[in-house]
Design a protein around this ligand. Structure first.
Ligand code: RTP
Ligand code: MG
Length: 158
């Protein structure tokens, strides 16, 4: 922002399969606009189970890992590179707690508080920080991940 010396950073955001309905997607895009993130790039993709496994490899030994892989590879997601000062922390603040049940109680205006279902189906992903974002952006925005047609008018937000 004007007058600030903090350099902008990039983070990766995903709209997960349970939040990909046009109405929910539009509300999430509104939140991104109102909070003045620059959408550096975005693409709708259908992640394979192998890609989800690589993406979430930090969780490979967790009991919820198999269901996480099934969830994220079940239908398309919208991947976005978001840029502003402290983008990673700012986006995670907007997402709310991982558990949508907790989010509804503790942060009802958060994205998960509004659009999440439970501890697993929670509407959105956000990188932990700008460093982990670099790996995650590389995985999803590399040329091997083929984009699908976007579910909204490309001209509407430019
Ligand atoms: P994310 O990585 O998706 O941005 O979410 P997060 O950092 O807030 O949460 P994390 O601990 O990294 O968990 C990754 C995703 O795994 C699913 N999950 N299910 N107990 C469960 O059934 C459970 N716990 C986690 C969620 O989809 C969570 O976002
Ligand atoms: Mg995480």
């Amino acid at each position: 922002s004007p007058g600030s010396s903090i350099p902008p950073e990039e983070t990766l955001a995903l709209v997960k399969p349970d939040a990909m309905s046009p109405a929910t997607l539009e509300k999430i895009m509104d939140i991104i606009r109102v909070n003045r993130f620059e959408v550096v790039n975005r693409k709708k993709i259908w992640m394979t189970d192998n890609l989800v496994g690589e993406f979430y490899k930090e969780h490979v030994d967790k009991p919820f890992f198999p269901s996480l892989v099934t969830y994220l590879s079940s239908a398309p997601v919208l991947a976005m590179i978001l840029k502003k000062e402290n983008a990673a922390a700012a986006w995670r603040q907007l997402m709310g707690p991982a558990s949508s049940t907790r989010a509804r109680e503790e942060a009802p205006k958060s994205i998960r508080g509004q659009f999440g279902t439970d501890t697993r189906l929670n509407a959105v992903f956000g990188s932990d920080n700008a460093e982990t974002a670099k790996r995650e952006i590389g995985l999803l925005f590399g040329e091997t991940v083929v984009p699908m047609t976007l579910p909204f008018d490309e001209t509407a937000t430019t």
